[in-house]
Design a binder for this molecule. Structure first.
Ligand code: DP6
Length: 349
């Protein structure tokens, strides 16, 4: 017999960034972070997990190619999920798996991203969240989404925020064992659904410095990171929560843009400095800043993760269509000028 389960998880984009760990192996951050999860169907990972007595070992395929599951991060997630497995009965197929059987049974996992993994579009967040969610369902794990998020966190920090839709906060927690470092939903996906997310794929090349090693170097060398984590982010988190509750786009945009810029300032303050943005990224920032200042109220927020691609959050559909017009005029897709394409991360316009 074989039992399978398929799940789909969208990626999330941080508007108050996670950058720096206080514990590398448990993946515990130095500050809280807040993100928005994209709508299902856009930029997401689809994962099928299967269990059968015929399987001789745990195996995984990503976009059709087998990958190793031997890394500590995968192993932590598999171990934590297996430890919480409960009895499963599928009457239709006549299958009964007891809590104890799960220790001996092996898994096959197949995962697909509907966006290029190499494009640096937060693929690990959707991937690890989907893996943990799918395994949890297959093994009848009874933990709630927050408890599952603490397991996904051990696969990749930002993954813990993809267990929920809408706006999500990753609470850094205080415990040394990480039990209180988990995600909670601040507002569901319907709360602020006028927002439209557009991603400018400035470069589809793989980033040179991974988030994991970049943030390690920042923790070791950047004084600005210490100041940011202790003094700046705690206040910003409170203001961002308020902006989200009140759907206050002007505050939301000011906080998101400032936080992205400070995160990249921390990268510059790292020794040796890390450059994630390029000239095109800087030109996009200028373009949005100028446009926002020429209007009565800001129309678009920008945020950049560990790469040059711009995530642009428009206040509504009208702003989004004007934004697209501007972008196509100033930055026509042309790989020679560094601009590859535009991806709609949210609802279509
Ligand atoms: C800039 O979650 O990819 O996107 O925990 O080492 O796997 P690891 O790092 P990762 O870092 C994401 C960093 C970021 C900001 C964010 O998503 O909050």
């Amino acid at each position: 017999w074989i039992l399978t389960l398929t799940a789909q998880t969208p990626t999330n984009i941080a508007v108050i960034k996670y950058w720096g760990k206080r514990d590398e192996s448990l993946i515990l951050p130095v500050n809280d972070s807040i993100s928005v999860t994209l709508d299902p169907g856009h930029l997401c990972t689809t994962t099928t997990v299967a269990v059968s007595p015929a399987f001789e070992q745990d195996r995984m395929w990503l976009n059709g190619k087998e990958i190793s599951l031997s890394g500590d991060r995968f192993q932590s997630c598999l171990r934590e999920i297996r430890a919480r497995a409960t009895d499963v009965e599928n009457k239709e197929k006549g299958i009964k798996i007891s809590k104890k059987d799960w220790e001996k049974l092996h898994l096959h996992i197949s995962s697909f991203n509907n966006f290029p993994t190499a494009a640096g579009l937060a693929s690990s967040a959707a991937g690890l969240a989907c893996l943990v969610f799918a395994l949890g369902k297959l093994m009848n794990v009874r933990e709630d989404h927050s408890q599952l998020s603490a397991i996904a966190r051990q696969g990749s920090g930002s993954a813990c925020r993809s267990l929920y839709g809408g706006f999500v906060k990753w609470i850094m927690g205080k415990e040394e064992n990480g039990s209180d470092s988990l995600a909670v939903q601040l507002a569901d996906e319907k709360h602020w659904d006028e927002l439209v997310i557009i991603i400018a794929v400035v470069s589809s090349r793989q980033k040179e410095t991974s988030s994991t090693s970049g943030m390690r170097e920042s923790v070791e060398t950047s004084l600005l990171l210490q100041h940011r984590a202790k003094e700046v982010v705690p206040k910003r988190i409170l203001k961002m929560e308020e902006a989200i509750q009140n759907r206050d786009f002007a505050s939301f945009a000011a906080l998101a843009c400032a936080d992205s810029n400070q995160f990249h300032a921390v990268c510059l303050d790292t020794s040796p400095p890390i450059f994630y943005m390029n000239d095109t990224s800087h030109r996009i920032i200028n373009c949005v800043e100028k446009w926002n200042r020429s209007e009565e109220a800001p129309q678009v927020a920008y945020t950049f993760d560990a790469g040059p691609n711009a995530v642009l959050i428009a206040r509504n559909r009208k702003a989004a269509s004007l934004l697209i017009q501007r972008l196509l005029y100033y930055f026509p897709p042309n790989p020679e000028t560094d601009m590859n394409s535009y991806v709609l991360g949210d609802k279509s316009i």
